[in-house]
Design a binder for this molecule. Structure first.
Ligand code: FES
Length: 113
């Protein structure tokens, strides 16, 4: 079986996190995540994943994830779990999810209000 340059034999990741990096112009009808420092958080998540030596975990920028009012928005697959990175502790919760696969319910997006 052939391998890619990183030694992988098949495509895909064990866990895949997307952090919204979208920006809207001033006066737009909806807010956006970039002005809420989402790309700094994404870079720190990527570095933390590297520092922990997590294999099979990918963190990357996305376009608008359409939950703009709750941003900075992050979604992790394959669980399909949505987080807002706005709350204190949310960054660590997302990192824990990436490390363990356990959904950190306290920090998931809650649209029930
Ligand atoms: S701008 Fe980030 S979810 Fe829409």
């Amino acid at each position: 079986m052939s391998k890619d340059p990183k030694g992988r034999e098949e495509p895909g990741f064990m866990r895949h996190a997307f952090v919204c990096g979208h920006e809207r112009p001033d006066g737009a009808a909806r807010p956006s995540c970039l002005p809420k420092d989402s790309m700094r958080m994404m870079r720190e998540l990527k570095q933390s994943v590297r520092d922990l030596g997590l294999k099979g975990v990918r963190v990357q920028k996305s376009g608008c994830l359409d939950y703009c009012e709750f941003g900075p928005t992050c979604v992790i697959y394959p669980e399909g779990t949505w987080y807002s990175l706005e709350a204190d502790g949310a960054f660590d919760a997302v990192l824990k999810h990436l490390e363990t696969g356990e959904v950190q319910v306290k920090f998931t997006l809650d649209l029930s209000d």
